[in-house]
Structure formats: structure tokens, C-alpha cells
Design a protein around this ligand. Sequence first.
Ligand SMILES: NC(=O)c1ccc[n+]([C@@H]2O[C@H](COP(=O)([O-])OP(=O)(O)OC[C@H]3O[C@@H](n4cnc5c(N)ncnc54)[C@H](O)[C@@H]3O)[C@@H](O)[C@H]2O)c1
Length: 431
Amino acid sequence: MSDRYLDFANSGIGHWLTGALGLPQPVPIDRDPARLAKSALVADAGGGRLGGLLTCELERLGIAHAGGGSADALIVDATGCTTVAATGTLYRIFHENLRGVRANGRIVLLAHDPDQAPDEGAAAIWRGLEGFLRSLAKEARRAIAAQLVYLPVVGEPALASTLAFLLSGRSAYVSGQAIRVGVTAAGSTSRKRIVLVTGASRGIGAAIAENFARAGAHVVGLDIPAAQQALAEQAARLGGSALALDITAPDAPARIVEDARARGGYDVIVHNAGITRDKTIARMDQDRWNSVMEVNLAAPIRVTAALLNAGQIRSGGRIVAVSSLSGIAGNVGQTNYAFSKAGVIGWIQRLARDVAPAGITANAVAPGFIETQMTAAVPFTIREAGRRMNAMGQGGQPEDVAETIAWLADPGSAGISGEIVRVCGQSLLGA
Ligand SMILES: NC(=O)c1ccc[n+]([C@@H]2O[C@H](COP(=O)([O-])OP(=O)(O)OC[C@H]3O[C@@H](n4cnc5c(N)ncnc54)[C@H](O)[C@@H]3O)[C@@H](O)[C@H]2O)c1
């Protein structure tokens, strides 16, 4: 759906008028997946341990070190910053260089995980960086995305896939996030990966399916029987397969296991299928409650358990679920939906621990306002509020969610598990 306000605010007269009236002036997001920062200013906030690793990774990505002035990215190593006194250096780095980050640029702040801090002082500083980074991300504007990456205190972090994502156009609508990356060695696979995507026939699911297919995977697109034709056309277009099936059907887990077995197991499962049945709790009938809880929460848990029990998620496998900002912030009329989507977060965080011994990761994305048929059906004023109430001043696109899922499902993202990454342009709602 087109965003007329965004177009208007970026026209000659519109830019002048919105400026004169003090209205939001969102900068169009450049989400070209092939766009990678060309130059990065790399700074150490004092005593950081990542200098060598960052030099290596940037060289591998072909990103030049900026000497000063302007740059596409600002990368700051705060792993050595453990006292209030030491934060002065951090302040100066951002005070002097934030304006030099170009529009659509990137900021990556790296620190140690506060849960592993050697003392209270370090825990306070590393956790404090979250408040700092979230504020900085809001101040940066100009479609600049900024993230905090927490690393383990010991061992060499497996940063490659994360830097490649965060420094590219693929992470355009992810901002103000704190992401934990571990040391697990990057995996790789030469075989064609088999990816199951539920709710694949349209919206975010269709973008996810296309993204994986573009990257060379065989996509099994699953959707309700009523979407059979769209699924079949998609499978033909992407060279994948279609599975017309209601995930809440009693025989759904068995049929999915059967499909997985026939293909030698799945490498990636994306639980994207979801529904809303909005009403305030006082007006909500039992059917609305049950259907949302079944589709969004019970079915993904059942299907995943069946696949794991049958050994049909391969080692190195990736499970990614689609939660929602509603599950984090709550929303009027969505007690059922927010419950189910918060439940997804609880489930994924626990699942991540359970599947770790099998070399499988489990993560979730929590989209904010994404332009799809689901949000096109929302009344105009609520839709406009949803679009503007984030640091980017505009809605996200299905590709933004798909790219984030592709990063979490990357063989090189073995060190990321149990993470909940918001794809919301840093919405003002929620944490
Ligand atoms: N659009 C947004 O702004 C937004 C925001 C946050 C989260 N989400 C979540 O993202 C996911 C995709 O949303 P969307 O906007 O693309 O929605 P959509 O309604 O366009 O697509 C959802 C798909 O899931 C399928 N589906 C529904 N019930 C199913 C079932 N029982 N079995 C199999 N397939 C089923 C539908 O047929 C549809 O193709 C959902 O989980 C949604 O809750 C969307």
C-alpha cells in the first residue's frame, strides 16, 4: 500500500510545508539488499578487545576504514568500558561523530553481555548502554539504524553474519535493538537447504518464501487449503513445493513430519502463519479467543515438537517464529493476539535452550507496523498512527521481516539463539 504522506513530505513543496508546520519528515528508507556500507568509522571507547576482529571482518566485507568526516557506518567497541568515568570517551565519540553518519547509515555499538559482567560496575555500564543506544537511535534520524550487540566476555564472537546484516540495506527497518551474539563457530552447508514457511501464500510469508528461494533454498510453502492456487503458483515460480494444510488440523503435525521425512528433514522452519480476531475482552466471544490461541501459539508448538520428536529438523537447523510488537507492548482489542504472540516469545526462549544440544537455534522476530493486507484492513487513523509512531516515521515492508529472518536462519548465525528481534523501525511502543 502506498504511503502518500511519505511521498508528499519528500516532494519539493511537501518538504517545505511539513518543515514549516513542524510535521514529521521521514526520510525514504533505502532497503536495497545489495547495499553495504562502503566506509566505516571504527572507534574504541577505551580498552576494547575487538580491534583485530573488526579490522578482519570489515576487510572481508570490503568496507573501508573512514578517516574522519562522514561515513556510512559508525562502529564502536565498548567492551573495555566498565566504569562511569570511562563513559566519557564513549560520549566524545558519539558527540563528535554522530552527525558524520550519512543518511541511511548504520551504527553498531559492541559491548559485553551484562549477565556475564565481572562486577556490579561493569554490569551497570553494559546494561546502561541499552538506554544510551535506544536514545541515540531515536536521535540519529535520517533513516539511520543503530543497534547494540552484546558479546560473551570469553571467546571470539561469531560476528560475521551479524555485521554483514547490520551494515547492509537488509537491516533497514531494524533499529534500537540489543542483540546477543555468541561464540559458536559459523556453520556452512553446501546442500540446498529445505525451508518450511507457514502462511506462505501472501504478505510477510510470501516475502519470506521469495527471500529463501532467491538465496538458493527449496521452499516448502504451507498455507490453508483455500490458498491452494496462490501456493501452487508460488511453488512453480520459486521452484519449491506447496503444502495446502491448516496448521491447526489434528493431522497437521503428522502430515508435516511426513513431508519433512520425504525430503530428508528440514533445515529451517519459519512459523509465520498468524491471525487476528480483534475485540476487547468484554466483547470477545470464545471462538475469537480459541482460534487466535490455536493458530498463533498452540499449532507452532505442536508442529515443532512433532518434527523434533521425529528427528526431522537437521543438525544446524534454524527455527524462527513470528511474534509481534503487540506481544511486547500490548494493544487494545488484542488480548488474545498479544497473549499468543507473547507466548511465542516465552516458547522460543525456552525452546532455544532445549534444542541447543542438537545444534539447532530458535529465535523470533517481532514486527511492528508492516504494510500488508492485514494492516491495510486497519482503519485509516490507526493505520496512520502505526506508520508514524516509530523512529523511521514510516511503516515497514514484508521484505524487512524476511531479511531479518534470513539473517537469523543463516548458517553463520549459529551463535544467535533465544533472541527476539523487533522489526519495527524502533516503534515508540514497548521496550
Ligand atoms: N502485518 C503486520 O503489521 C504484522 C505485525 C506483527 C506481526 N505480524 C505477524 O506476521 C505474520 C504474517 O502476517 P501478515 O501481515 O503477512 O498476515 P496475512 O494475513 O497477510 O498472512 C497470514 C497468512 O497465514 C495464513 N494462515 C492463517 N491461518 C492459518 C492456518 N491455520 N494454517 C495455515 N496458514 C494459515 C493465511 O492464510 C495467510 O496466508 C503473522 O503471524 C502476523 O501475526 C504481522
